[in-house]
Design a protein around this ligand. Structure first.
Ligand code: NAD
Length: 418
């Protein structure tokens, strides 16, 4: 148990792996402690003329492998403890992916929905100015995260350029930029695409053909939708998808036509009723189910790509899929992970399966610092190569030591970082 500190709970998980695998505990403690957490008070002038003091953070966890890397979130729950924990996970994720970045994370404690667009722009620029000295293409490279997007990054990078010099390298101070500002063409698709790359590698190891596999995906946002598209392109059968309002499934677990489903969702704003198979959408072809039921479908592969902790002590005994790909962050609780792993379910951990986001960012940064622009094909080939390499390392550690993939991923990262 922990005292409510996410950082302490995360550190404890890593310590347990360290103890089990006889890692030097002094080195481990040194690694766990963030290099520094920079805190700044931002003076936000509201449209009303009133001034608010807003707390903001940048946790720079480890730069042993390269510049700190990690998103900036705008949320009312952002705290020093949270950014410390998230930056620790970024250090581990970049090490698993084997890219030359360390771990960082930033945030502003505010509910952005309470701000006008002008206030949001002003706050984003205030953040870039306040942290100007500690960020940069060779120091710390932030990106979007919860409630931040390419527009917010555009405001931040504009402020960074205004305070430094306008050249390609300085655009590498942030990733997740719009394409017109030296953003990557494939960043939007990279997380889902890379998750499927890892899944295909896994199926290869298990000697299973993708075309025999049925898939259910929870969440149809950036990650879930792009995972569904890449799955379809690789011959997997996506039979059920969901959004916050519920899930759809076809009557005979027939594969959905993802582009038609997406067009249907775009038109009506939600997925319910989008039973699109074989080029047509037909209400008699499927039925609505809840998000909870989706998780318990009799499919081969389950992909939680929306929220954390959705597979937990309450439903773990009802999970039928034999493979789970964690695309959201932390969708399988620790106890469910242990229970399912012991029962032969292979769970690809988030730290590996959703690393495509940060790898996509790395590919964007690489183009900026080298003053180059790659075509989408080259970006995707690089992404695939990096993900395949990362999977291979984690898989071989898992086989060699006879441990689940999550433990193998963390161990692989710690060996690089200590
Ligand atoms: P998103 O906002 O684009 O999509 C989220 C999806 O989840 C939406 O379809 C939404 O309808 C659905 N959803 C919301 N509440 C739900 C509920 N109660 N039940 C089922 N579905 C629900 O977000 P995203 O970028 O796709 O991110 C999804 C997850 O992946 C998050 O955990 C995020 O941290 C993680 N992640 C994202 C990236 C990335 O590059 N976008 C990278 C790594 C990890």
């Amino acid at each position: 148990m922990h005292d409510g500190s996410i950082f302490k709970a995360s550190s404890e998980q890593i310590r347990e792996i360290g103890k089990k695998h006889k890692i030097d505990l002094n080195l481990l403690e040194e690694f766990l402690t963030p290099n520094r957490v920079v805190i700044s008070k931002l003076l936000l002038k509201r449209d009303s003329g009133e001034t608010n003091i807003v707390k903001s953070y940048r946790s720079q966890h480890s730069n042993k492998l390269g510049p700190y890397k990690g998103g900036i979130r705008f949320h009312q729950n952002v705290s020093k403890d949270e950014v410390k924990a998230l930056s620790l996970w970024m250090s581990l994720k970049c090490a698993v992916a084997d890219i030359p970045f360390g771990g960082g994370k930033g945030g502003i404690t505010i509910d952005p929905k309470t701000l006008s667009e002008k206030e949001l722009e002003s706050l984003s620029k205030l953040y870039a100015k306040a942290f100007f000295d500690v960020i940069g293409p060779d120091k710390d490279v932030p990106a979007p995260d919860v409630n931040t997007n390419p527009k917010i990054i555009e405001w931040m990078v504009e402020e960074y350029i205004a305070l430094s010099e306008k050249n390609s390298k300085n655009y590498g101070s942030f990733t997740g930029k719009p394409v017109k500002l030296y953003g990557s063409k494939s960043r939007e698709t990279s997380t889902g695409y890379a998750g499927v790359t890892v899944l295909i590698e896994l199926l290869g190891k298990l000697k299973k053909s993708p075309s025999d596999m049925t898939v259910a995906i929870q969440g149809f946002g950036n990650v879930g939708y792009n995972f569904a598209v890449a799955s379809e392109n690789n011959g997997l059968k996506v039979v059920s998808v969901s959004d916050s309002k519920g899930a759809i499934v076809n009557n005979n677990l027939e594969p959905l036509d993802i582009e038609l489903v997406n067009a249907c969702k775009k038109k009506q704003g939600y997925l319910a009723g989008c039973y699109c198979v074989g080029g047509v959408c037909d209400l008699t072809k499927g039925r609505p189910i809840s998000n909870e039921e989706l998780l318990e479908l009799d499919v081969d592969i389950l992909v939680p790509a929306a929220l954390e902790n959705v597979i937990n002590e309450k439903n773990m005994k009802n999970i039928k899929a034999k493979i789970i790909v964690e695309m959201a962050n932390g969708p399988v609780s620790t106890s469910a992970y242990d229970y399912l792993s012991q029962n032969g379910v292979i769970i690809v951990p988030d730290i590996l399966s959703n690393a495509g986001g940060v790898v996509g960012s790395y590919i964007e940064w690489l183009q900026n610092v080298n003053d180059e622009q790659y075509e989408v094909k080259k970006e995707n080939t690089m992404l695939e190569d990096i993900m395949k390499g990362a999977f291979e390392k984690v898989w071989s550690t898992s086989i060699e030591k006879n441990i689940p993939l999550r433990e193998a991923a963390l161990l692989t990262a710690l060996h690089k970082l200590l």
